[in-house]
Design a protein around this ligand. Sequence first.
Ligand SMILES: C[S@@+](CC[C@H](N)C(=O)[O-])C[C@H]1O[C@@H](n2cnc3c(N)ncnc32)[C@H](O)[C@@H]1O
Length: 219
Amino acid sequence: MPIIALRPDKARKATSQCRKPAGWFGQLTLWSMNRRHSKLTDWGLQQVSIGPSDAILDVGCGGGRTVAKLAARAAAGRVHGVDFAPASVVVSRRTNRQAVEAGRVAIEEASVSALPFAPDTFDLVTAIETHFWWQSLGDGAREILRVLKPGGTFVIVAEFYNGGRHARYAERLGRITGMTALDVAQHRAMFTDAGFADVRTVEDAGRGWICGIGTKPTR
Ligand SMILES: C[S@@+](CC[C@H](N)C(=O)[O-])C[C@H]1O[C@@H](n2cnc3c(N)ncnc32)[C@H](O)[C@@H]1O
């Protein structure tokens, strides 16, 4: 994780491209994240069930590789990606060009706090390496609860958390950039406070990864 070795001003600049990618450097960062987050994403997606006909939303879709993975798993379903950065929308659409043209995938510019979907739309919502950048975790989680179908699942995945193997990195990044690194209890609280049921976290202690999962109550 080389960013921790950077001077605070350089670290802030580099991480601003993770928070909201822009311009050519942003596009480069998005291609790089597509590669770097692939194993983490595979691990996170293993923690939930994905049906072949599921309607799925990936929030903070970045360069779109998670959308591609989801579209491959839900081969008879439909996958949406949203991101509030125009550069992410461009790269995500490019990554998923064939599926977008086939009408199986759609990528839109939108914030997690104001999702352009009707209530009870999705079976699964995923958020990989993005929640710590949201302006309001509570607003984002409640908005995701709104668009999930009753019984639908929300999963967040992150490569570090307070109290985990990369806690020092998370703490320093938080101090420099203002990102919100949560501990395990705070991950659970984010779900329960928003109204999710069956909340659980899964940790890969060796790699320092965490995944939080919650279900929209059926009534
Ligand atoms: C570190 S990148 C991760 C991208 C992708 N999920 C991945 O795993 O490679 C974080 C992404 O979340 C997006 N993002 C941050 N805050 C957001 C918000 N409030 N609403 C929607 N997208 C957001 C950023 O624009 C960026 O593309």
